[in-house]
Design a protein around this ligand. Structure first.
Ligand code: BDR
Ligand code: CA
Length: 311
């Protein structure tokens, strides 16, 4: 039987867990990675763009990388270098890129790609939502022309940069507010599930067997990630991309999600109402994850890729 692949665009800010997600997206037989768009977030735009190129070149993935916004819509950037390292990849010793990013802006790439294949593209955003908001502001029709829209961001239950707000939403709450009110259904893969699928000792043991790709990329992208003491590092962005390839890994519930942009203590909070009526709902919120099945799926993609790179 012919495998039907999902065509995806990955909007990201690599970022260690973004890098793990890129490797999965490029290697999964269930996904066709049409392009990567980059945004400022974990580190500056020049670093996230360079890192996306470095990761793709290292794994031999010929994927166009188009840079987007260097700063949130209205606020100054917040960096997460204290988590992801000054280079954004936890010091992974990959060479600098030899290729160049694509000309143009990420938001235009998103618009053109989505409108060029109506109903066929899944847009996956795992960084601050600035590029996606700009694309929606310029061409609101994309909200009705995507096949699906999935983010890693937010949470119904907690924050990680503040008690209320998750990093990707906290960076650019105004962009997130545009995105959640665009008239599409946002699949929100947030901290509620990503903190439940940590790379524990058993997982890192399995990754260690993968050789070069693990030594030079996957393990450095786990090694210094905050939360190591707490059951292992979380791999937030990888959860969102794996869900696109294998929707059965997560359990999702419909909800109304609004983004707090003004709160003194709650700026960037994704206020989630599971009691909302069906017409009010704008999101599918991930509330459960099968962690064992998730890591099995990840290793199923990483193993053959590792083999092809070591041969
Ligand atoms: C999110 O914030 C970033 O630091 C990670 O790359 C992930 O996208 C987790 O809150
Ligand atoms: Ca990210």
């Amino acid at each position: 039987m012919e495998l039907v692949t999902k065509k995806i665009i990955l909007d990201c800010d690599p970022g260690m867990d973004d890098a793990l997600a890129i490797v999965y997206a490029a290697g999964s037989p269930e996904l066709e990675l049409l392009g990567i768009t980059t945004v400022a977030g974990n580190v500056s735009l020049s670093k996230t763009t360079s890192n996306a190129l470095r990761v793709c070149e290292f794994i031999g993935a010929a994927v166009p990388v188009t840079p987007g916004s260097a700063a949130p819509l209205l606020r100054p950037p917040i960096s997460a270098e204290h988590v992801h390292g000054a280079d954004g990849l936890g010091g992974a010793p990959l060479p600098p890129p030899s290729g160049r990013p694509q000309p143009g802006h990420a938001s235009d790439f998103i618009i053109e790609t989505v409108l060029g294949a109506p109903g066929q593209i899944t847009l996956v955003a795992v960084g601050p939502l600035t590029n996606v908001a700009l694309a929606l502001l310029r061409e609101p029709a994309i909200a009705h022309e995507v096949q699906d829209f999935v983010i890693m961001g937010g949470s119904a239950s907690r924050g990680n940069v503040t008690p209320a707000a998750e990093f990707n939403i906290a960076c650019d709450p105004e962009a997130a507010a545009v995105v959640f009110s665009a008239g599409w259904t946002v699949t929100m893969v947030g901290l509620d599930v990503t903190l439940q699928a940590r790379a524990n000792d058993q997982v890192t043991g399995s990754l260690r067997e993968l050789g070069r790709v693990a030594d030079l990329l996957l393990l450095p992208c786990l090694g210094t990630y905050a939360g190591n003491a707490d059951g292992g590092p979380a791999v937030h962005d990888l959860c969102a991309v794996a869900h696109v390839a294998r929707p059965g890994l997560l359990g999702c519930q419909p909800a109304r999600v609004d983004v707090e942009t003004a709160g003194r203590w709650t700026s960037g909070m994704t206020v989630t109402d599971f009691r909302a009526s069906q017409p009010e709902c704008n999101a599918l919120v991930a509330t459960a994850i099968d962690a064992q099945a998730f890591w099995d799926a990840v290793l199923e993609v990483y193993r053959p890729l590792a083999q092809s790179l070591s041969g």
